[in-house]
Design a protein around this ligand. Structure first.
Ligand SMILES: Nc1ncnc2c1ncn2[C@@H]1O[C@H](COP(=O)(O)OP(=O)(O)OP(=O)(O)O)[C@@H](O)[C@H]1O
Ligand SMILES: [Mg+2]
Length: 201
């Protein structure tokens, strides 16, 4: 990505290839997208734990965690949602460059938002749609957000009063409404082998 005129790109003393060679796997970014309560954070942590057990370097960037820290100054206007994603994509790019498997658990509700990841990360970007239906997610409602949104206490809540545009070209679709966490994790791991991020099991 080109830098503004007054900046000089830092020169890395350790290259991405060197890191990947030492790690024994590629760096990549995987977005888990889906409705609130679709299971993104649950799956992200399950994948993270399994990768750790296998000696794979990974890091989870969770939407809630980012909004509690790096993006604490942002709200839910269109501009702020875009900035939320832009910062996440920059952070993900930095970590991928350092050989990490970056697991992003973020709603990223609109195609144009997910396009920010695609543009910034290029071939290092993979999109996984956690496709649990609105009915299932609302039934789960682990944070009570759907109930609050239905009572009119949460404006612009994705799925209720703000849109969720399903991915049209997800690299992988996981029906997190129908299948168990373990089954979805198995499918994720197999797929990561198929796309050569991990050595095939
Ligand atoms: N196949 C599955 N994959 C993931 N979660 C599942 C699955 N089946 C049931 N669940 C349950 O669904 C709930 C999903 O909650 P979770 O916090 O992971 O959702 P989320 O997508 O991160 O939501 P939010 O966008 O609000 O952060 C958890 O209670 C989890 O145990
Ligand atoms: Mg979550």
């Amino acid at each position: 990505m080109p830098l503004p005129d007054n900046l000089l790109a830092p020169v890395a003393s350790i290259s991405r290839l060197q890191r990947e060679a030492r790690n024994g796997h590629r760096g990549t970014a995987i977005l888990l997208t889906g409705l609130p309560a679709a299971g993104k954070s649950t799956l992200a942590q399950a994948l993270h734990a399994e990768l750790f057990a296998r000696g794979v370097q990974s890091v989870v960037l969770d939407g809630d965690g980012l909004r509690g820290g790096l993006n604490r100054d942002l709200g839910f206007s269109d501009a702020d949602r875009l900035e939320n994603i832009r910062r996440a994509s920059e952070l993900a790019a930095l970590l991928v460059e350092n050989g990490q498997v970056v697991i992003l658990a973020m709603i990223a509700p609109l195609l144009e938002l997910r396009e920010v990841f695609a543009q910034r990360l290029g071939d290092d970007y993979r999109e996984v749609w956690c496709s649990a239906s609105l009915a299932v997610c609302e039934q789960r409602d682990p944070k009570g957000h759907y109930a609050r949104a239905r009572r009119g206490e949460m404006a612009g809540f994705t799925g209720v009063s703000a849109p969720y545009e399903p991915p049209v070209q997800a690299s992988l679709v996981l029906d997190t409404g129908m299948h168990t966490v373990d089954a979805c994790l198995d499918r994720l791991l197999t797929w990561l082998g198929e796309c050569a991020v991990l050595p095939k099991a």
